[in-house]
Write a protein that binds this ligand. Structure first.
Ligand SMILES: Cc1cc2nc3c(=O)[nH]c(=O)nc-3n(C[C@H](O)[C@H](O)[C@H](O)COP(=O)(O)OP(=O)(O)OC[C@H]3O[C@@H](n4cnc5c(N)ncnc54)[C@H](O)[C@@H]3O)c2cc1C
Length: 391
């Protein structure tokens, strides 16, 4: 065991991911920023192939399905490195839904999950609607059983990666039948008749992936496209939330590390009033507060990952994933703000890493549950379980 209790294997994985990010991805950031988030197609394909060759792609999936079979701590270490790069260039290290193999039929595995593990076909998630954001239970999309099929209706928004996806996880409430009003999740191929792209609005970050508004109008899917059982829909979404919240915390740690390194290097080199600005206490304190934010976030995130690997209670995991996401995303926002300030006018230029992170990190306080929702989850678990059960 070495620094932060990482084993030699953990450190090797961390270093492998770090080298990939430093040598292959970071050099493309400014190009991506200047080209609507896009890089040349052959480079993009190269990144995806390298992610596979390095064993980082689908690191969360079981080895017998072709995934990396990484521990949660190892996944956190990789995600942290991915968090060091802007413009979603790190999304070439894709993680398909790890909950799927346990609940999917053989046919579902063959058609959707295994191609996702191989990087041949990609998914996107259509859960949020105009009237249902934080309150997922308010969704109005419906799934009505009709013989051997379900008929799906609804309009979804913020569907991330719709432009690159081949299939969609569509969440709806059951209309009619024994489970009327309960949630259900479906595999839906994007080419299914009745799916209509309404809009792909522009967002704050400069990513190649869009966040689409999509209408589903009498989309018919075979009954075999239902994930798990009728009424199971929310449990998969909760499992996905937990995982993504932890990985957001990890990526935020990586972003903080990069920002602090870059801002410190700049502050040591930038001379004003005859001295490097790092010698001004105002600048040094911003860096010190940022390092403190990083360390607290990192310790929390690693400890939680270890807890998950050790099999802590799922309700405790749920609360701790909210705590980690809340803390790390808010901390990363503070660190990015200070980094912009340290860079001065340069920090307001899109070619500057602090400017890009300042925009990009903002969404980490919104997606996969806003900071307010994370606080609600933590407060409710605290009231039920008490302090000693939770931290
Ligand atoms: C870039 C981006 C990508 C996304 N990708 C996807 C995706 O791929 N698939 C998908 O399904 N969704 C996606 N989302 C949706 C995302 O999960 C929601 O935006 C998020 O859950 C918040 O919902 P909302 O935007 O409707 O805000 P609202 O729920 O309308 O909230 C508005 C404000 O009210 C606050 N609020 C709401 N309820 C409470 C409460 N009970 N207590 C205190 N405050 C409250 C919120 O915290 C927020 O500040 C994405 C969003 C963004 C911005």
């Amino acid at each position: 065991m070495t620094a932060l209790g990482l084993s030699a294997e953990d450190l090797e994985i961390q270093e492998r991911a770090r080298r990939f990010v430093d040598d292959e991805l970071i050099p493309w950031e400014v190009h991506a920023e200047e080209h609507d988030g896009r890089i040349p197609e052959d480079e993009r394909a190269k990144h995806q192939q390298l992610a596979k060759d390095l064993g980082l792609f689908a690191m969360n999936m079981p080895k017998d399905l072709g995934g990396g079979g990484f521990t949660m701590l190892q996944q956190v270490l990789v995600s942290e490195q991915i968090g060091r790069v802007t413009n979603a260039l790190g999304w070439c290290v894709h993680t398909p839904p790890a909950w799927a193999p346990a609940v999917c039929t053989d046919e579902q595995l063959e058609r959707w999950i295994l191609p996702a593990v191989r990087g041949e076909r990609h998914e996107c998630y259509a859960i949020t609607e105009e009237g249902a954001g934080s309150d997922v239970d308010a969704i109005e999309s419906t799934a009505r059983r009709d013989g051997d099929e379900y008929v799906l209706n609804g309009t979804k928004m913020h569907v991330t990666s719709y432009n690159t996806a081949d299939w969609i996880f569509f969440q709806a409430k059951l209309a009619g039948g024994e489970h009327e009003g309960e949630h259900a999740l479906f595999f839906v191929d994007k080419e299914a008749p009745g799916i209509r792209l309404l809009r792909e609005p522009r967002y704050t970050h400069t990513y190649p992936d869009t966040h689409a508004l999509v209408a589903f109008e009498d989309v018919r899917v075979p009954a075999g496209n239902l994930v798990g059982e009728e009424g199971d829909g929310m449990s998969f979404t909760h499992e996905w939330f937990r995982y993504e919240r932890l990985m957001i915390a990890a990526r935020c740690c990586g972003a903080m590390e990069r920002l602090i390194e870059e801002a410190t290097a700049f502050a040591k080199e930038r001379v004003q009033f005859g001295r490097p600005i790092v010698e001004f206490q105002a600048i040094g304190h911003m860096l010190a507060d940022s390092l403190t934010d990083l360390w607290a976030s990192r310790l929390m995130t690693y400890e939680l990952a270890r807890g998950i690997d050790a099999g802590i209670d799922v309700k405790v995991q749920h609360a701790q994933c909210s705590i980690a996401k809340l803390y790390a995303s808010e901390a990363a926002g503070r660190v990015a703000d200070r980094a912009v300030q340290i860079f001065g006018g340069r920090g307001y230029m899109r070619e500057n890493v602090a400017e890009r992170f300042y925009r990009e990190l903002r969404v980490d306080r919104i997606w996969e549950g806003t900071s307010e929702i994370q606080r609600n989850i933590v407060a409710s678990q605290l009231a039920k379980r008490g302090v000693r059960d939770l931290v």
